[in-house]
Write a protein that binds this ligand. Structure first.
Ligand SMILES: [Zn+2]
Length: 417
């Protein structure tokens, strides 16, 4: 990767290494500045407490399961003869997942064979990795289900993906994703790379687009691209990715360490406008990231992008994560904003539909962080008895935002607005 300045060299590299080692976060931010105030940190803590207090008090009561396979208790799922979770037959239309990734290998980590089928997918929240499975509460932000030991394991995973290679990431392949999509009736999935901004070994878009093109699942995976605003060659790369068929751009301000309202990033949105590409942001704080990253994800820093480019579709990943309350007024004011549902609990999703209407929510999973069944179960529970809401969130809204051509009984119809 060509770099525009020393800024992305040793200092950023060192910070990423620190990040990978200090991932088991929860540590409070140590200094207050206008970029990140004590009030910001207090709001995060308040969200965690409020959510814990209301878990299980929604219309479905407690929603706690043992492992992903424990979701077979819900009427939507069943276990196949091999003990694998699958969807029970029903008439819900096949879903489109707007937020997934593949196994990551950066820097010194040996490249992963993304076309290999392996035994069992090891999700980042490996909830079926023990017997009994981990406790899975679907009425809280899903990363609440990581125990301290699982968070330490996650931290080791992230470091291995960056440095030495990860055995879990070797199972996060296209055939394994497809098997889960089959079992969960997901028709198509957007694959989102992240340009980490490393001095080398940082070409996920190229690698993943290549793997998708070589796979048998070409028409079921929707390739997205990522560029880094401090990469001097980002424009040329982005145009190249668009020419090769990228359908949108993924930006992760925390992992990429830039403010969404950075002038360099604003140029990327302008380019997306001229290329006609939607932007999916990681938006808001997850609460388990290293504290120095949190300032990049505060919702107020996304507003200038959204307001300056009303013709660009902005999708806020995880509906703004633990900063979801801040995304609601932003989405109300700006029609070019959609919220992606992964990680949010059932009661929170109900509130979003009530506040914004069902047209503004897009189904996402964040696979391979979680089994597809968990985010799918939350959307199905939230839309129980409302098939129109369910259809829009699982599928219809994604087709609209992507300007997607869909096949109906062999015909191709364009649903793009
Ligand atoms: Zn993600």
């Amino acid at each position: 990767m060509e770099l525009s300045s020393g800024d992305l060299g040793r200092r950023e590299f060192g910070k990423l290494l620190l990040t990978s080692i200090g991932m088991a976060a929860g540590a409070p931010a140590c200094s207050s500045s206008s970029d990140y105030t004590d009030a910001d940190e207090a709001a995060l803590e308040r969200q965690k407490r409020a959510e814990a207090a209301r878990s299980g008090r929604g219309p479905h009561g407690p929603l706690r399961f043992r492992g992903y396979r424990g979701l077979a208790e819900l009427p939507y799922f069943e276990l196949d003869p091999g003990g694998q979770l699958r969807l029970a037959a029903d008439d819900v239309p096949p879903a489109i997942d707007i937020h997934a990734h593949l196994g990551i290998a950066l820097l010194f980590a040996p490249r992963i064979d993304l076309l290999r089928r392996t035994d069992r997918t090891r999700h980042m929240l490996d909830c079926d990795g023990s017997d009994p499975g981990c406790e899975l509460d679907l009425d809280v932000y899903i990363n609440t289900n990581f125990t301290p030991e699982m968070l330490r394991q996650l931290s080791r995973e992230v470091r291995n993906q960056l440095l030495f290679g990860s055995h879990a990431a070797e199972t996060q392949t296209i055939p394994n994703l497809l098997a889960e999509m089959e079992a969960m009736n997901v028709e198509r999935t957007a694959i989102l790379p992240i340009a980490a901004g490393l001095p080398f070994g940082d070409d996920l878009t190229d690698e993943w687009m290549g793997a998708i093109a070589r796979s048998e699942a070409r028409d079921r995976l929707i390739p997205f691209a990522s560029v880094h605003p401090r990469d001097a060659a980002w424009r040329e790369k982005l145009r190249g990715f668009a020419e090769r068929g990228a359908r949108g751009v993924k930006l992760h301000p925390e992992m990429q360490r830039f403010f969404p309202d950075d002038p360099a990033a604003m140029e990327i949105y302008a380019e997306c406008e001229s290329l006609g590409l939607p932007v999916i942001f990681h938006a808001g704080r997850s609460g388990i990231e290293p504290s120095f990253m949190r300032k990049y994800a505060l919702i107020r820093r996304y507003v200038p992008a959204i307001e300056s480019f009303p013709r660009v579709q902005f999708i806020l990943g995880h509906a703004g994560a633990r900063d979801v309350a801040d995304t609601i007024p932003v989405a109300k004011r700006n029609e070019n904003v959609s919220l992606e549902t992964s990680s949010q609990g059932v009661t929170q999703l109900l509130e979003l539909v009530q506040e914004l209407g069902p047209e503004r929510l897009l189904f996402g999973t964040d696979w391979p962080f979680y089994h597809i069944a968990a985010p799918l179960a939350t959307v199905r529970l939230m839309s129980e008895g409302r098939p129109d809401v369910r259809e829009l969130i699982l599928r219809g809204n994604a087709e609209r935002v992507l300007g997607e051509r869909i096949r109906i009984a062999g015909k191709v119809e364009c649903l793009g607005a």
